[in-house]
Design a protein around this ligand. Structure first.
Ligand code: NDP
Length: 241
């Protein structure tokens, strides 16, 4: 398979890290971004030790300049950007009437604005190349709404909407939405209402599939020939309702 330059946001844990391992094993050069730079360095070392190609850079997707610098550094060093996996995300759960406004804004900033920042950072390069592929990680929460997840779902529905709009406008850049269900990761470890987070952790413990299952779906979409655009994949545990 043709080796690609693949940028991955949120590559320090969970689905992003699994995607980095999978795509590097497929022969692609992966560029890892997230805030926990020590984790990225360890993952890049691990990939290189297994014969893969990886480098990393600290990245906060909520900062457009930082996202642009991440993309430009990769393009300058490696010559092009074939794929961006917009994966960074947060999910502090709570009821709307708890009015945890700071966490609403964090979800909008990371899940929605961060995804748009990724698009803004790579689209001009991909248009200039005449080809590219943007993979946006949404969620089954982009298909159905559950209590304590209203704002999270709102951000993920928005990611699906913007992906479909971008797809309709693009005859050269492929756009894929990957929507995972319960997946083993660190997503429920941070923030949110303690009771809602504990319930999500318990459900995840019972139901979750490994992050590599989602990485495999991303790998499938990336591996298709240039004239084949896999637009959406939903991957959920068989037992998830
Ligand atoms: P993790 O918490 O394990 O990973 C989230 C990643 O996002 C981390 O690498 C984190 O890195 C990164 N991140 C968070 N904020 C920022 C930021 N401001 N800038 C850059 N990176 C950031 O969870 P998952 O692997 O599960 O999450 C990956 C994606 O999958 C998310 O979009 C999530 O919504 C989605 N998803 C997950 C599901 C699940 O059940 N696990 C189900 C459906 C969708 P760092 O903190 O180092 O910056």
């Amino acid at each position: 398979m043709h080796s690609k330059i693949v940028l991955i946001t949120g590559a320090s844990s969970g689905i992003g890290a699994a995607t980095a391992r999978r795509l590097a094993a497929d022969g692609h050069h992966v560029v890892l971004g997230a805030r926990r730079v020590g984790r990225l360095a360890a993952l890049a070392d691990e990939i290189r030790a297994s014969g893969g190609r990886a480098d990393h850079r600290e990245l906060d997707v909520t900062d457009l300049d930082d996202m642009r610098a991440f993309a430009e550094a990769a393009r300058d060093r490696l010559g092009r950007i074939d794929v961006l996996v917009n994966n960074a995300g947060v999910m502090p759960l709570s009821r709307v009437d708890a009015l945890r406004v700071e966490e609403w804004n964090q979800m909008i900033d990371v899940n929605l604005r961060g995804t748009l920042h990724g698009v803004a950072a790579v689209l001009p390069h991909m248009r200039a190349q005449g080809a590219g592929h943007i993979v946006n990680v949404a969620s089954t929460s982009a298909h159905r709404v559950d209590p304590t997840a209203a704002v999270y779902c709102a951000t993920k529905y928005a990611v699906r909407a913007l992906s479909e709009g971008l797809r309709q406008e693009s005859s050269d850049v492929r756009v894929t939405v990957v929507s995972p269900g319960f997946t083993r990761s660190e997503l429920t470890d941070r923030g949110g209402d303690p009771e809602a987070q504990a319930a999500a952790r318990a459900a995840a413990r019972q139901l979750a599939i490994p992050a590599s299952a989602v990485a495999d779906a991303i790998g499938y979409a990336v591996s298709q020939p240039g004239d084949v655009d896999v637009n959406e994949i939903v991957v959920r545990p068989t037992v998830q309702g």
